[in-house]
Design a protein around this ligand. Structure first.
Ligand SMILES: Cc1cc2nc3c(=O)[nH]c(=O)nc-3n(C[C@H](O)[C@H](O)[C@H](O)COP(=O)(O)O)c2cc1C
Length: 188
């Protein structure tokens, strides 16, 4: 069952644009983040939650979508994420956020998938524009954004071919994600 959850937790980039994600859902996901491991238990991560049209638009315009899909500029109006969690590092607590954001974001996404939702992690962000758009004080370093919604996209995992890591979409718009096979991952 857990494997199914991990499998289903793909990077979704197309959503039902009219599906409202309640604030309580976002709070439930932050509650998961709150109890994840943290280096030296410093817990330096803070979050900005968004599920309003206005704030969502201010975040959307700062994100770079699916770099390998050269002919696709990101989801159209009507298929965009309906919520976001901006992951911030509080530099008053620590200057080094270690792998905390990764642990937090995967936990958030697994929690979202369990609720029938899904999303995508973003590192490619126009950070100064996002800081301006959301009035984020300088004390907070923008680490990542997690986009969330009700996925409207078919995604499959393939075994990698010829070492090509690029994800791609077929003629039916199914999104293919090549993954290295287990025998390549484990050194003998
Ligand atoms: C740290 C990190 C940063 C990422 N940044 C972006 C991004 O800026 N834009 C994007 O479209 N996808 C981004 N992704 C999603 C990856 O492209 C995705 O994880 C990868 O293609 C594999 O697909 P999968 O998540 O379905 O396994 C990011 C993923 C991770 C883990």
């Amino acid at each position: 069952m857990f494997k199914e959850l991990v499998k289903k937790n793909r990077s979704y980039r197309k959503f039902y644009g009219d599906y409202i994600i309640d604030s309580q859902i976002l709070l439930d996901l932050i509650e998961l983040a709150r109890i994840t491991p943290s280096a030296a238990n410093r817990q330096p991560l803070k979050y900005i939650l968004s599920n309003s049209e206005d704030r969502n638009a201010k975040i959307f315009e700062t994100l770079a979508w699916a770099g390998y899909l050269k002919d696709w500029q990101g989801p159209e109006v009507g298929e965009r994420p309906t919520a976001y969690i901006v992951v911030l590092g509080d530099t008053a607590i620590s200057k080094d956020f270690n792998v905390d954001p990764g642990i937090v974001m995967q936990t958030i996404l697994l929690g979202a998938v369990e609720k029938g939702l899904g999303g995508c992690i973003f590192a490619s962000i126009k950070r100064s524009l996002l800081a301006d758009n959301l009035d984020i004080p300088e004390r907070y370093q923008i680490l990542n954004v997690v986009a969330l919604g009700k996925p409207n996209e078919n995604i499959v995992i393939d075994d990698i071919k010829d070492g090509d890591v690029k994800y791609w979409r077929d003629e039916n718009s199914t999104h293919h994600v090549p993954k290295r096979t287990g025998d390549e991952l484990i050194l003998k």
